[in-house]
Design a protein around this ligand. Structure first.
Ligand SMILES: [Mg+2]
Length: 253
């Protein structure tokens, strides 16, 4: 098989990023590390599972099919990116019930109060903390919005011990919920580019990953293999796939 030329970008490792941050910090240079939240640092399936369980309990007479599903144990594998798919797996088929659940779910899912039900991805907190300690400015770049989700976002980051609100951190959310995610990340990346040098980008949406890869070609780009929107584009070349942030998945030292 023809040997393809590899570059630093193609062989990016999680530890390599930490080393680079430490090196640049020693040189008194600024480094920025961009982390998406949903599906990147956090697994949102627990939030949906909690919400569906709450709806089934609170409105049991209005959602008999959902209530029936929860008469037995459900594990996280039942939760898909799409709520409709999740409900189908739970054998909720009544259209009126689905509509009602969708409304109640959305009201909760996109709110400050329910973000604490997300679980950090394995190793995520430790990794972000290491990047921060090595001297990077940690940028949480998320499609969540100021009005409904900023407080809950900050709360859950603090709850799990991620660096937040302190020097060397930045939380960037959307001004308006309705704003398109990809356009938002594209516009914000132009601002970030003026702030300093991006050394690493972490994303779980292929479209966003490609946008940020194109915008910051010099940065190590990581794609987190969790869940993403259906019908996503192919991942651009030079983006490294990782399952989570655990040290075991990094290069041997
Ligand atoms: Mg995401």
């Amino acid at each position: 098989m023809k040997k393809t030329r590899t570059t630093d970008k193609d062989t990016a490792t999680l530890d390599g990023v930490l080393d680079l941050i430490a090196l640049r910090t020693a040189q008194r240079r600024s480094t920025l590390a961009i982390f998406d939240l949903d599906g990147t640092l956090f697994d949102n399936r627990t939030r949906t599972m909690f919400i569906l369980r709450e709806i089934s309990e609170k409105f049991d007479s209005r959602v008999p099919q959902l209530a029936a599903a929860f008469s037995s144990f459900q594990d996280l594998s039942v939760v898909d990116y799409s709520l409709d798919v999740t409900l189908r797996r739970l054998r909720v088929r009544n259209a009126a019930e689905i509509k009602f659940i969708r409304e109640e779910w959305a009201r909760r899912f996109f709110s400050d109060e329910y973000q604490k039900y997300d679980m950090p991805l394995p190793g995520a907190k430790a990794y972000v903390e290491k990047a921060h300690k090595a001297g990077a400015t940690v940028i949480y770049l998320t499609g969540r919005d100021v009005g409904r989700m900023l407080v809950g976002t900050t709360e859950v980051l603090r709850l799990y011990g991620f660096p937040v609100g302190v020097a060397g951190t930045m939380t960037i959310v959307k001004k308006e919920f309705e704003q398109d995610d990809e356009i938002f990340k594209k516009e914000v990346s132009e601002y970030i580019d003026r702030v300093g040098e991006v050394v690493a980008v972490f994303e779980n949406e292929p479209a966003n990953s490609n946008i940020l890869r194109a915008r910051f070609p010099g940065a190590a780009s990581f794609f987190i293999e969790t869940q993403h929107r259906p019908g996503a584009p192919r991942l651009s070349a030079g983006i490294t796939r990782v399952k989570d942030f655990r040290p075991a998945l990094r290069r041997a030292r």
